[in-house]
Ligand binder design. Structure first.
Ligand SMILES: [Zn+2]
Length: 131
């Protein structure tokens, strides 16, 4: 039995990150379908499952690999974006960001220091702002 399965899966793509993600989405959508939009969400969940199995049994490994790479790319971009937003949010509490009137360079000044003279590190323009 195990041997039969192994032989069947030979040359087929199998599961990858995109597959696992889609499987998780299918299950979440299936769960949601119990509470609202029953028929529609059930159909969506089933369609996603069909895609997951299609990819697992696919023999076009190159295409499936490319799909997974594209997925990982998007995933990383999203993770980086969230990380960046978190970082900016943290910075906003401690620093105030000003734009240099001379060159547009963003300059970070600690908050709560009163009126300060700022010298742009890029073009050396001086300007005064409240921090
Ligand atoms: Zn400047």
């Amino acid at each position: 039995m195990k041997d039969k399965l192994r032989r069947f899966m030979m040359g087929r793509y199998g599961i990858d990150d995109l597959g696992r993600f889609l499987l998780g989405m299918a299950l979440i959508i299936l769960l949601m379908s119990r509470f609202f939009l029953r028929t529609a969400l059930y159909a969506v969940s089933l369609s996603v499952l069909i895609i997951v199995y299609y990819r697992i049994f696919s023999k076009n490994i190159n295409s499936r690999y490319r799909e997974n790479q594209a997925f990982l790319n998007y995933k990383n971009k999203l993770i980086n974006f969230i990380r960046k937003q978190k970082y900016i949010f943290k910075q906003r509490r401690i620093y105030r960001i000003y734009k240099c009137p001379g060159c547009g360079q963003k300059i970070r000044i600690p908050k709560g220091k009163g009126r300060v003279q700022i010298t742009c590190p890029k073009c050396k323009t001086d300007f005064i702002r409240k921090s």
